[in-house]
Design a protein around this ligand. Structure first.
Ligand code: SIN
Length: 275
């Protein structure tokens, strides 16, 4: 096995592991790597949907997306499609998946099916580092507080994307989570708010809450907390959604990235209640 670090902050590209091997022994190796690097990448893995699902089930129960219809034959798989002439793509801002749920996603396994010749990389950011390096006064101010996360309603996930189909749910969900959560496996502290879904700090006036969240979002997006993955077809990313945020870059500009399709298959594993 070979482990190539992607940046000084997080992420590793792994070779010498075959994801077609869905044994518990292989899963244990993968989970150890995931906890250490927070997001891990594998190339040239021509796995089937069944193999992707089997790997996912080792992490825990799979979840269906709140708003997006899954594939007909595999309802837990969301096919993320960016059509050739779309500028925007799903997931194009910093977020941790479904942080608005009572139990936000534990981990995600994303498999690339069709990748444009240029553009559409995905970035990840280490939220343990974001907590460790946050300004001392700010830490003191927020360390015992909770924040409201909103799902923004179903339209947010489908209306701007040609091929993303609604499952018919349009309800908006909100939930409160601690701003600083503890990782249930590593016991590390994590800064658990994100630009897309976190709307307000509980117990503060709106103005102060907005100012603090703005400072935190800016801090979380520091490039020295990130790594960036250039996709190739048949690559797989697995991320620990508790300790990282991600950003699907929509750099599809005329004459360069625009004009090409991007297709990914995504499965998500149920998490626990942050505390
Ligand atoms: C997502 O936000 O889950 C999608 C990431 C990607 O397509 O790169």
């Amino acid at each position: 096995m070979d482990v190539k670090l992607l940046s000084g902050a997080l992420g590793a590209e792994i070779s010498g592991i075959d994801l077609k091997d869905t044994s518990i022994k292989n899963f244990e190796k993968i989970n150890k790597l995931l906890l250490e690097h927070k997001v891990i990448f594998f190339r040239n893995q021509n796995i089937t949907a069944e193999e992707q699902l089997a790997l996912g089930k080792h992490f825990g129960p799979l979840e269906k997306h709140v708003y997006v219809k899954g594939r007909d034959e595999y309802p837990e798989i969301v096919r993320i499609i960016k059509k050739p002439n779309e500028k925007n793509q799903w997931g194009e801002n910093w977020h941790s998946d479904v942080s608005y749920n009572v139990k936000p996603t534990k981990a995600v396994i994303l498999r690339s099916i069709k990748i444009p010749p240029v553009g559409g990389d995905t970035m990840f950011a280490n939220m343990e580092l974001a907590w460790e390096t946050l300004d001392k006064n700010l830490k003191e101010k927020i360390k015992d507080k909770k924040a409201v996360h909103s799902s923004l309603g179903g339209a947010f996930f489908t209306d701007d994307y040609e091929a993303m189909e609604s499952n018919g749910n349009h309800t908006e969900y909100t939930n409160e989570h601690p701003i600083v959560r503890t990782h249930p496996e590593t016991e590390k502290k994590i800064l658990f708010v994100n630009w897309t879904y976190t709307k307000k700090i509980i117990g503060l006036e709106k103005k102060e809450s907005d100012e603090i969240l703005e400072k935190i979002f800016e801090h979380q997006a520091r490039l020295d907390f990130t790594c960036r993955f250039r996709w190739t077809e048949n690559a797989v990313a697995i991320w620990d959604n508790r300790s990282v945020q991600h950003y699907a870059i929509s750099d599809f500009f005329p004459g360069r990235g625009l004009g090409h399709e991007r297709i990914m298959d995504r499965i998500a594993i149920e998490g626990d209640r942050p505390n």
